[in-house]
Design a protein around this ligand. Structure first.
Ligand code: GDP
Length: 451
């Protein structure tokens, strides 16, 4: 972290302004080498300075340079942000000059990584920065912002403090049994504390799993035999033509997808190749893919043609999807009804047509109901936001359960303490109190360069 990094922080393209950001001990002096205006080495911190960028004698751009000195900066290092005119050529030229003068091109997420390594934010806040950048709905944005501000960090800290209190009680008991004025930790005391901790952690995991769909969305898949109207339904939901709709069976060969929002929760909808027994190799691959996608989906929309009798293939699809969260759409209800829907009595069924969008509102309402979306979007509690965090919490829970089991079996208290300490460390990993390079690499690899 001794070197000074640089990257274009705005999206590269034609725009009014581009921002090039530097961080590191030489950020100011490197910029000063290519800047004509005030001497940046001497300006006050947190000032914006007007001037020009020069490549030797050649004027490159008219700029505003923000100088922010350590430690009150994004990375806690000296940070410079150069606002230049937008446009690919100018921006890249300025970047190139800064690299020639001693800065190194930043890796994806390296600014945020430095903010973490320098102790300004923890891992959950770093993850929230990413969630915030990627947020597409008001709900996603609001939830991510709370975590950038440290909502999860605070919760985990409070929880770890409780575990630490328990550890201290145990240690006092082990090391100084002759101290009469200190509360003696007998097994009951440990058991009660452990039970409370387990209860709280279980609640957190449950609520986190319920709320996980705020960030992950609901993976939805549309299945059904060819020509029943799957693409039309996807298009209607997306309200624009992304899939090709035709009358020839098997046109939607590969997988087409799109996103819609219900109460701020996004549904990633995948339209599969028509499920059909076929000899055509391309189509066959599509069909196999669509069947395998059923397993991975959170929600399956099974489409049937209400104008036709149920076929064996329809029945097969219904059978394959019966144990998943699913909604059956009897489509083409603008045409004569020929389907025998008695067999569907135990399924959630909605009658639709894409000619005048009939039933699509009921579909959205049903999804809202099935996933309790109104509760998810209004309940304001702290929850873990991704698989990494949740799986660590589950491991911590397991350690606490082991400790509880130990108390039941009258295991030595120092053995029980090992499990409790383990839970403490695992929760620490959530916020990054201890971490491996691999975890950091995985996390920051997904960031954009310049963040
Ligand atoms: P897919 O193969 O299941 O994806 O089906 P498509 O969406 O490609 O639709 C097949 C044909 O059915 C097209 O000609 C559509 O215009 C037509 N279609 C789709 N939905 C409806 C509907 O609700 N009513 C009627 N009458 N035709 C529809």
């Amino acid at each position: 972290m001794d070197d000074t990094i640089v990257a274009i922080s705005t999206a590269l393209g034609v725009g009014a302004i581009s921002i090039i950001r530097l961080s590191g001990k030489d950020a100011i002096s490197i910029t000063n080498k290519v800047f004509k205006g005030k001497n940046l080495n001497e300006v006050e911190s947190h000032t914006i300075n007007y001037g020009h960028i020069y490549d030797k004698d050649e004027l490159i751009d008219e700029v505003l340079v923000s100088v922010m000195k350590s430690p009150k900066t994004y990375t806690k290092e000296d940070v410079v942000e150069i606002n230049c005119h937008g446009g690919i050529n100018t921006t890249e030229k300025v970047l190139e000059l800064l690299i020639l003068n001693g800065a190194r091109l930043a890796e994806p997420g390296e600014f945020t990584k430095r903010a973490f390594l320098n102790g300004r934010i923890d891992l959950t806040q770093s993850e929230a920065v990413m969630d915030l950048i990627e947020s597409k709905s008001n709900l996603e944005r609001k939830e991510a912002l709370k975590n950038v501000e440290g909502r999860i960090s605070k919760l985990i800290d409070e929880y770890r403090n409780k575990i630490m209190d328990l550890i201290s009680h145990i240690e006092v008991n082990i090391d100084y049994p002759e101290y009469y004025d200190i509360e003696i930790v007998d097994d009951d005391k440990v058991k009660i504390s452990l039970e409370e901790l387990i209860k709280e952690l279980k609640k957190l995991i449950k609520e986190s799993e319920d709320k996980e769909i705020v960030t992950t969305g609901i993976k939805t898949i549309i299945v059904g035999r060819p020509n029943v109207g799957k693409s039309s339904i996807l298009n209607s939901l997306l309200e624009y033509d992304k899939a090709i709709v035709t009358d020839i069976e098997g046109t939607t060969r590969d997988i087409v997808e799109g996103n819609i929002y219900i109460d701020g929760i996004h549904l990633n909808i995948i339209d599969t190749a028509g499920i059909r027994k076929t000899d055509n190799v391309v189509e066959q691959i599509g069909v196999e893919k669509s069947l395998s996608l059923i397993d991975e989906a959170d929600l399956v929309l099974v489409v049937l043609n209400g104008n036709e009798k149920l076929t064996d293939l329809d029945k097969e699809v219904l059978e394959k999807t019966k144990n998943k969260t699913n909604i059956v759409l009897i489509n083409k209800n603008d045409l004569e009804k020929n389907i025998d829907d008695k067999v569907l009595e135990d399924r959630v069924v909605i009658s639709t047509n894409t000619t005048n969008m009939h039933g699509l509102d009921s579909l959205k309402e049903k999804i809202r109901e099935l996933f309790k979306l109104d509760q998810i979007s209004t309940n304001d509690y702290t929850y873990l936001t991704n698989t990494r965090q949740i799986s660590l919490a589950k491991k911590a829970l397991q350690s606490l359960e082991n400790a509880k089991e130990g108390t039941k079996n009258n295991d030595p208290i120092d053995m029980i303490e090992i499990d409790i300490k383990n839970a403490f460390d695992l929760l620490g990993e959530i916020v990054g109190k201890n971490y491996s390079d691999e975890i950091l690499d995985n996390l920051f690899r997904n960031f954009c360069v310049g963040k």
